[in-house]
Design a protein. Sequence first.
Length: 501
Amino acid sequence: MLTKDLLRVSRRGGGYRPQFVDSARRPLAATVLGTYQRHVGERRETLSTALDDLEAEADDFKLVRGFAALADREATFETDAALPPERARRVAFESAEAVGGVATDEERTAALDAAADRLGVDGDDVETSLYADRDVNQRLAEFDSRWSPDELLTQYNLSLAQTVLFDATEVRVRSSDPKALVSAVKRRRLMYEINKTEEGREVVVTGPDALFRRTRRYGTGFARLLRTVAKASEWSLTATVDDRGTDREMTLTHEDVSVPGVEPVAEPTYDSGVEADFAARFAALDLDWDLVREPEPLETGYRVMIPDFAFDYKYADFRIYFEIMGFWTPEYVEKKLGQLEGVEGVEMFVAVDESLGVSERIEARDHRAIPYSGSVRLKDVRDALRSYEKRLVTESASELPAELRPDADAISFEALAEAHGVSEAALEDVEFPDHRRVGRTLIRFDVLEDIAAALEPGMSLGDAESVLSSEGITDSSSVLSEAGYEVAWEGLSGGTLRRKE
């Protein structure tokens, strides 16, 4: 964004249009960048003077200042002084008091000389250090711009539009990448809804004026949202802008604004700490469900909503949507409840902040409510998922034959379930005529006999595990127990086999 004093807009015909730049302004952009490059090592005051001269020559001083404001963010200024300025000032002022004050040039020189003696430096070092940390005295240490002249033009147009959006009260967007758009809206904690129109889906991002009062966070959120919007190949945006008390309408498209070839700092993946915390803890559970971030939009009458998550069952084409409903304004809660009421034909859980007191209303909409306070309890979510697993396991088991005869001499339940695309639980009632189930492994009867014959009392555990490994068996404790052995442990170094008593 730019500061408001650098805003360049046209209000012709009652409209509101940023005064964008095109390739005709490339020479001016190149001159501004070149001015910074030529002044590396010089004081900021000297650079400012050069930019002032450039403003005087240009036909639009605001444009020069706008380019310079963006270039300045790419510059590194440093304090160049023999002494820390604060220390130099403190000692100099103390020395001035010691000589009875400074009223003449001679008294000033005497005070600086006294300060130099105390600091063990020359008087000139004290004088040049006194105010070296002021902006005008700092030196341009480095200018390594990310932008070429053409990219500076692109960044300027983007920043100009962002400055306008800082005063927006409502933004309506159509995008060829609606999922990325809604994800960005949610990350910035902006209130929104998705409407279906004849032209396609429209994301309406509402400002706070209708609810309580304008906040700087919303203005900044609208402005930063434009970067995500402008990354799409095709888009259009219409904003209602508060222009010094008058509502005006601004319309932009992908032909007006784009993003220069510079990646910004990566934004957070999740909308809130509650969502990020839940996703991290859920991933550690290793359940038969995959957590999907921001799945496809759901129809809600004439509008759509994108839930925060979805749970996909690993062994069937079955999805449960999951929305985390934190604390928001009463109006926003009512709007969210209205969306949930319009969602039909899908399974959905809603984790709802207990302080909202709307769990019963969610249940009445045929969605399962999971109340939470502070963070979503994994046990509640796991229990809710397991209420579906019994049916899903039964359905997948019904598609299996009553008997299975694996080709392998030994195979784990996990591997066999994966081969048939079912959960391990679905194999519980299946018969295995050629194999014996030992723990979570199926082993042919003759192989199990060969293993038992190869084992003997006093054999080291390492040698016994080598026998099992040669048959592709990793569950050593269950197989050794089946063969009638247990391990006599010898400290931490290992153990030997002995007959079970």
